[in-house]
Ligand binder design. Sequence first.
Ligand code: 2AL
Length: 250
Amino acid sequence: MHIRVINPNTTRAMTDLIGRSARVVAAPGTLVDAVQPTMGPASIESHYEEALAVPGVLEQVALGESDGVDAYVVACFGDPGVDAARELARGPVVGIAEAAMHAATLVGRRFAVVTTLGRTRARARELADRYGFREACVAVRACEVPVLALEEPGAFLRLRDECRRAVAQDGADAIVLGCAGMAELCAAISAEVGVPVVDGVAAGVVLAQSLVALGLRPASGGEYAPPPPKPMLGLLAGFEIRTDVPVPVA
Ligand code: 2AL
């Protein structure tokens, strides 16, 4: 089984971190590779950056389809481009927010998301609502550490303290980490907060693996049917859907 984890941002160190975290939970015989777009923002913590990250995610799905990838994990907590990717991919596409929220509700009743900057809280809340977790998601907190500073000294303590506050003040009985860049902090946070802590990268890989094992893939009719062929102009011309090629190559 070949699972491709797409880091929607273009920071190589973060793609490597995501790849390491993903491989820890891969089953024997599952090949996991981690890729990033050839274009787009260095990190994603605004609506602008999220919108501009989506073409790069779709570029990587198109390439993955030529490589025979069985399933994809989109490893950014805004789940950028996941619906669109499901229209392109033959196999499952799992966003880390959706995967982590599902996992959290299997081990607890009330989870809190702890994200990076306060400005990303609304997106996490919107996703919790969309995925049907309006009641289960009791808080979305921010540790106010930017994505690309998560590996710096001090980040761990800020994240840990925010997780502790979610347990003590919001009554959370599970924590969802709100950024792929937090993946390698998950075990240490988990050891210190006393409730289950879910890293979406690991949850996403395990879920993608399970969906492939179950033989489940996006519905080929209805909302996730392939996008209709039509002209695409300008910078996005390479994304044009044509009848004579199976997937666009940007
Ligand atoms: C993220 C994430 O997972 N990757 C990224 O670039 N930004 N999430 C976040 N809440 O800032």
